[in-house]
Design a protein around this ligand. Structure first.
Ligand code: ADP
Ligand code: MG
Length: 238
């Protein structure tokens, strides 16, 4: 069953057309990556799926329900930002618990979810620290932990590793791949890094100028790019 279906999605800011007719189906448990040059509309498309921007046209379905006119809180998705967006005055545990407390989940359930996420992300030793006392990679883990505890139907990542140094980026890439295997979760992940896309994705969506140029498995795009743009962007020998 398809988890997320986009049909005829358009987005304009004033008279500028940023997303120009996107049709896409994202399956249950799929790791889908949006790649494309800066300004191609990757973040905007992700924000439309999250409900952080309103579509100009088209429909968005999640698990068969039309959510086009619903806000982000009603979409059961968790977004992880490049900037982490942690609360500086709260501890790691409080950062991870806060959203569930606002949603008034029972204390025992909150603790169960937070402890499970902390174990999965190797954060147990840091639960009482504030974000300022963590490394960049640890902060990114907390941001991911906060997304996990919501038990969303899908995770949305917008360039989650681009603020990390090169070595840490490789480590975190492996962590995210493991997390995907363990949770069997649907993930939509934006990057401008072709290597990240080729190593993580089940399916790559190549965007340029707000239009999907090609959708396919990494090897398919590499071996059979539909046009010169995709070939050059993916780095295939065509
Ligand atoms: P990407 O993430 O691929 O770099 P974005 O989705 O951030 O691209 O942006 C695509 C285009 O939309 C850019 O030209 C950007 O300037 C424009 N854009 C994004 N958000 C807004 C906004 N709120 N108002 C006007 N233009 C925007
Ligand atoms: Mg972006």
């Amino acid at each position: 069953m398809a988890v997320i279906t986009l049909s005829g999605i358009t987005k304009s800011f004033g008279t500028v057309h940023i997303i120009r007719g996107v049709d896409l189906t994202i399956g249950d448990g799929e790791f889908v990556i949006f790649v494309g040059p800066s300004g191609s509309g990757k973040s905007t498309l992700l924000r439309l799926i999250a409900g952080l921007e309103e579509t100009t046209g088209g429909r968005i379905l999640i698990d068969g329900t039309d959510v086009t006119d619903r806000g982000p809180a009603e979409r059961a998705l968790s977004m992880v930002f490049q900037s982490y967006a942690l609360y500086p005055t709260k501890t790691v545990r409080q950062n991870m618990s806060f959203g569930l407390e606002v949603a008034r989940l029972p204390r025992a359930e909150i603790d169960r979810r937070v402890n499970a996420a902390a174990a999965a992300l190797k954060l147990e030793a840091y639960m009482d620290r504030k974000p300022a006392a963590l490394s960049g990679g640890q902060r990114q883990r907390v941001a991911i932990g906060r997304a996990i505890v919501r038990e969303p139907v899908a995770f949305l990542f917008d360039e989650p590793l681009s603020n990390l140094d090169a070595a840490l980026r490789v480590d975190m890439r492996v962590e995210i791949a493991k997390l995907h295997q363990r949770l069997k979760a649907t993930m939509i992940y934006v990057t401008h890094d072709q290597v990240e896309a080729m190593t993580l994705a089940d399916k790559i969506v190549v965007l340029d100028g707000g239009v999907i140029q090609q959708v396919g498995a990494p090897l398919e795009l590499y071996e059979r790019p539909v046009n010169l743009f995709v070939a050059q962007f993916i780095g295939s020998p065509k």
